[in-house]
Design a protein around this ligand. Structure first.
Ligand code: AMP
Ligand code: MG
Length: 403
């Protein structure tokens, strides 16, 4: 069954979502948590910020004292970040304050130092401020006890910073899904080996392992399977203990494309066999026993793109996060595009800013084997099946290249 891009995506979501695999949790140090998925709700252990915090260097004062400008106030002290001012700011007074310091009692705003002049301990205030200007109020980012991150959230740099700010030196995350990687093909040799002129280095396993890691999975390389049914079957077996099995190559129509046949013999259930996309048309998705699998086409660009389109969102679900389908952004087309394929196309491209608009242009590439082209790209230009005649300047979808 050949399905559209959208159908394929929703089949992946349905099949993996309904398997309802919630991974086990483990507690790890925060500095190892990048790309992992939170297995606990995290609350603020205290108000964020804990005090009314100055966000400018200047003078803390009472706005009621600024009805006539310039106002002259008596400076009665200084409060740098990391200290607190013990007294109170009374009418007619101010306190020199620095960014990050707590607002002294009595004060209700900070005037930036640029808008003042100092005459000894008398400070001339030249501009007015609104009450609470240049202050972040106590608890305004989050109140003590409020949930700041929910279970299922993938931890990127901002989340890790936020966890640090509430004292989570160790954090409960879901166990990483294991992802077996099995490239196939008699022509494919290990990267360490000098290939004969008719052989190809195994670039797919290297790229896939990197993609799996950035998606929060644990890559498990299974070697390289030759185009022989018995050996292929033997090498798939250990992959069936993983949460996900990624095969590359051997899913096209060639005489030696044996992957589907072998998977069928192992009892596979196929959810789709082929998608109306380019590159990546022969992609298959299914399950053998407890493992989901993708049979990714072997061309390196097809392998890369089909991972981004389907395996990355699948891995999100398998790692306890929400389904994360690719997000398309928009850019203007640099040159006309005319092609009628009936497929959803993902063309390696570069997007850059031009006159305040993002403008996208496909990179020169030699088809789906061309990793040089993908490496030069920073996005994929997405052409939908009904877009057959696009002119320069048209707004089109682009998909960021990912990690
Ligand atoms: P296939 O899908 O098996 O027909 O392979 C399509 C193309 O991808 C062929 O030109 C293969 O040589 C190439 N290819 C297959 N597997 C790999 C791999 N692991 N690394 C790099 N190229 C590959
Ligand atoms: Mg092959």
């Amino acid at each position: 069954m050949v399905v559209t891009y959208e159908q394929a995506l929703s089949i992946v979501q349905d099949k993996i979502g309904s398997a309802n695999r919630v991974p086990e949790a483990e507690t790890i140090p925060l500095d190892q948590a990048l790309c992992r998925v939170l297995a606990e709700d995290v609350t603020a252990d205290r108000d964020l910020p804990r005090f009314h915090r100055a966000i400018r260097d200047g003078y803390a004062l009472r706005t009621a004292d600024l009805s006539v400008l310039p106002a002259v106030l008596r400076c009665v002290g200084e409060v740098p970040a990391g200290r607190s001012f013990e007294g109170e700011v009374r009418p007619g007074q101010c306190v020199s304050i620095m960014t990050g310091a707590p607002l002294p009692e009595g004060a209700d705003a900070v005037v930036m130092v640029e808008h003042t002049a100092s005459r000894g301990s008398d400070i001339e205030i030249q501009r007015s401020v609104q009450p609470w200007e240049n202050i972040v109020l106590r608890g305004s980012e989050a109140a003590e006890g409020a949930r700041i991150l929910a279970r299922g959230r993938r931890l990127q740099a901002a989340e890790i910073g936020l966890l640090a700010s509430v004292g989570k030196a160790a954090v409960a995350v879901y166990r990483q899904p294991s992802v077996a990687i099995l490239p196939t093909g008699d022509e494919v040799v290990p990267v360490e080996q000098q290939p004969q002129w008719f052989q190809i280095r195994n670039s797919n396993a290297a790229a896939l392992a990197a993609q799996v890691k950035s998606a929060g999975g644990m890559p498990l390389p299974l070697g390289i399977a030759p185009d022989r049914k018995d050996l292929l079957k033997e090498m798939i077996e250990p992959g069936l203990h993983s949460d996900l099995l990624l095969l590359s190559g051997g899913v096209s129509m060639g005489k030696l494309d044996l992957v589907e046949e072998v998977l069928a013999e192992l009892g596979a259930e196929f959810f789709f066999q082929g998608t109306a996309i380019r590159p990546g048309k022969p992609l298959v998705f299914g399950r053998v026993r407890d493992s989901f699998f993708f049979g990714l086409p072997g061309n390196p660009v097809s392998t890369f793109v089909t991972f981004e389109l389907f395996a990355r969102p699948a891995l999100a679900l398998l790692s306890g996060a929400a389904f994360e389908p690719p997000v398309f952004l928009r850019a203007r087309l640099a040159k006309p595009f005319r092609q009628r394929t009936g497929l959803t196309m993902f063309l390696p491209a570069r997007v850059r800013m031009q006159d305040h608009d993002p403008v996208v242009q496909p990179v020169g590439w030699q088809g789906s084997g061309d990793l040089v082209g993908v490496a030069a790209a920073n996005c994929f230009l997405v052409i939908h099946p009904d877009q057959t005649d696009l002119v320069a300047g048209n707004w089109v979808d682009i998909m960021p290249k990912g990690q």
